[in-house]
Design a protein around this ligand. Sequence first.
Ligand code: CA
Length: 399
Amino acid sequence: MTSSCWVPVPEDSPFPLHNLPYGVFAPAGGPPRIGVAIGDHVLDLAHALGDDDTFARPHLNPFLAQGRERWREVRARVTALLTDEAARPTAEAALHARDAVRMLMPFRPGDYVDFYASEHHAANIGRMLRPGQDPLTPQWKHLPIGYHGRAGTLVVSGTDVVRPWGQTRPADGGEPPFGPSRRLDIEAEVGFVVGTPSPQGSRVGVGDFEDHVFGVCLVNDWSARDLQAWEYVPLGPFLAKSFATSVSPWIVPLEALGAARTAPPERTAPLRDYLRDGADWGLDLTLEVRLNGQLLASPPFTSMYWTPAQMLAHMTVNGAALRTGDFYASGTVSGPGADERGCLMEITWNGENPVALADGSTRTFLEDGDEVAITATAPGPDGTRIGLGEVRGRVVDRP
Ligand code: CA
């Protein structure tokens, strides 16, 4: 139990007092509103803080747009409310059991960018697709590679994912086959939600990361490898990625991640000034990837070459504007170990080494009915752990 918080928080809860992530929930029979998770409960912020304009809303965007000082102020007020016994009688009426509410998409997405920031992931993919060559492409250590994804198909955890159809590479001289993807994969990633906008024509420096980015969540970038292999040259991923990208419902504020900050791996190529680390924004997050309940991998975010502050600086170095609700993801998180790989393509080495599941079946890629869950934990203050919750999704043949 957390001694200073009057809401009981189970010992192993991802959401102790030091976390306080934000989400959008719908109570039974009620309209969507903004809440903060505490233990097994959700605190209804409009009810608890009396600010309906900001919190009696179906998405976080108005709050995100209010900026860092306001984010700090609200976090301090919520912390005070949850630790002040005198506030308990009124605040208790604003608590809902988390298992009695439905979680919704937490923010209204603006633009969506997906990066490719894990050296271990990029090198593994390079070894599979370009054997005998340098596993990293020539620009990889000079800039964080990314592409613009499809913001309109970001979905909240728990949403079923319909197996995509598309064209795949033809056998020699034949027509490209068209049908359901047979190589449907996951990518375990971490996502970053932009709050404060920036004007077109300006740059956001690495040191300004905390002024613009509100918080962090988990991402599953579902990927159809067979569609991707046929379509991606020369312009990159398109329909192999755009059918669905799942996000976790709780956005953990950067303020909650102070104890998780860490130096990124040593840089092995010189960086342009705009990418020099203004602060250490590596994050000590440990992800866990489960397929039908079975642990497949534990990818460490500490091993990511590029930090989210560098991704943001690179995304805006050409003068591209930021809007409230813009979202960017890290790319697949993979560490150096065989049990630290964040997608099935790496875990099964392009399908060569199937994974054995507890029910006796094996997998190279996902089958209909398979359910994938990605969770993550991070150090909290004083040796505690906090969690990002989970992003979960099930593959279905049709809606
Ligand atoms: Ca990805």
